[in-house]
Design a protein around this ligand. Structure first.
Ligand code: HEM
Length: 401
């Protein structure tokens, strides 16, 4: 076990030669004993780096999600903070499965298929607007951020007239360069807006996800309270916005640097997106768990009361699970399931929708704009090293007419 004075801290440095690779030290840790690390907010946690151990931790019912997924990175939260009803990602046991079941009913294959039409049209419209400009754009602001935000507006049933304001507030909510006061203000404004929206839906249900959840809850005698509805709405926004936006921008960057791979994306977008999810694993600080009992992780015993970080980006580069793990390889033979969406009881609820958004954005972008290229040299790009979700701050692009 490592002595506290030697304790390494998160985030660890990524290799300058390939800024989308995880920290080089992770490979060393996978071959060694379990290691305690100091998290960005100062708390200590066991860093779980091997594919098999991460899966075991995330499927262990004695592990609590009460700090998930960002307590170790969020300077405005404390370890003893109460878990709000409606915060699906942080609830455990029965309270979690009740809420998860209600949301899952809205993410069925049929519903996500219906959302694809909407996403396709939305992506097409944003591309039209971007291409109508004189030959340069910031792919992050002009494309990657608005698409997932508008998809969530559609899920929540935000009326079109309110979408611009809603988008401005959600960018403020998920933005990482705001003060505590600005984040609280954005949260209060959005909560107030959602409470009004859901009250209208209780009175006059429409054909949207939240109206259906309200109606179904009332019909089964287990209605969601307004507090649950509002926090659930905010959770979808936080969980689905930055993650998808950063995945879109980083995937485009990687494909600009591997132009020979673009054909595979166009021919088999589903296969390419899976490999991009594994390779990029944007939830860079992993997901946090709290041990409620003593538990063995690999050869080590973690004590009740300890925190653990399941390092998804390390697990997805584990050679034991993915031979040649550091290569972006769209032709892997029967690859094992990657862990970019987590694993076990809290595995991402929006994963099918995220896949659709990635497939539609990448195929439309590269088929309509084959001349797409970076407008700056790769060394000038700035990456988000301290945020829960990894990404690139701006992605200046250009194309030929
Ligand atoms: C590429 C995009 C995305 C990535 C990489 C991602 C990643 C993740 C991960 C790693 C978890 C597990 C957290 C944990 O175990 O503590 C998670 C959970 C979750 N995600 Fe996503 N996500 C993405 C997109 C979305 C979208 C589009 C939505 C919805 C609109 C969404 C909604 C959720 C929710 C509600 C949970 C909590 C599930 C639960 O606790 O039962 N995510 N996501």
């Amino acid at each position: 076990m490592t002595a506290p004075s030697d304790m390494p801290g998160l985030p660890m440095t990524r290799p300058a030669s390939c800024p989308v690779d995880p920290p080089e030290d992770y490979a060393k840790f996978r071959g060694a004993e379990l290691m305690k690390v100091r998290c960005p907010v100062g708390m200590d946690a066991w860093l779980v780096t091997r594919y098999a151990d991460v899966r075991a931790v995330l499927s262990d019912r004695t592990m609590s999600s009460r700090g998930a997924s960002s307590l170790h990175v969020n300077p405005y939260a404390g370890p003893d903070e109460e878990v709000h009803p409606g915060s699906v990602i942080q609830l455990d046991g029965e309270r979690h499965s009740r809420l998860r079941k209600m949301v899952l009913a809205e993410f069925t294959v049929r519903r996500v298929k219906a959302m694809r039409e909407y996403v396709r049209e939305l992506v097409g419209r944003h591309l039209d607007a971007m291409l109508a400009r004189p030959g340069t754009a910031d792919l992050v602001q002009d494309f990657a951020l608005p698409i997932p935000s508008l998809v969530i507006c559609e899920l929540l049933g935000v009326p079109h007239a309110d979408r611009e304001r809603f988008q401005r507030q959600s960018v403020a909510l998920v933005s990482t360069d705001r003060t505590a006061e600005q984040s609280r203000q954005a949260r209060d404004e959005l909560s107030g807006y959602l409470a009004g929206l859901f009250t209208d839906k209780q009175r006059d249900p429409q054909d949207d996800v939240f109206s259906r959840m309200i109606t179904r809850g009332e019909a089964t005698g287990d209605p969601l309270t307004m507090e649950e509805l509002v926090i659930l709405g905010l959770s979808l926004l936080v969980a689905g916005h930055e993650t998808t936006a950063n995945m879109i921008a980083l995937s485009v960057l990687v494909l600009l640097e591997h132009p020979e791979q673009r054909d595979v994306v166009l021919r088999t977008p589903d296969r390419a997106v899976e490999e991009l999810l594994r390779y990029l694993s944007v939830v860079q600080f992993g997901v946090l768990r709290y041990a409620t009992e003593d538990v063995a992780v690999g050869e080590h015993t973690v004590k009740a009361g300890d925190w653990l970080v399941a390092a998804l980006n390390s697990a997805n580069r584990d050679e034991e699970a993915f031979p040649g793990a550091d290569e972006l390889d769209f032709h892997r033979e029967s690859p094992r399931p990657h862990l970019a969406f987590g694993f076990g009881a809290h595995q991402c609820l929006g994963q099918q929708l995220a896949r659709v958004e990635l497939q539609e954005t990448l195929t439309q972008l590269f088929s309509r704009v084959p001349s797409l290229r970076l407008a700056v040299s790769p060394e000038e790009l700035e990456f988000k090293h301290n945020t829960l979700v990894y990404g690139v701050r701006q992605l200046p692009i250009t194309w030929s007419r």
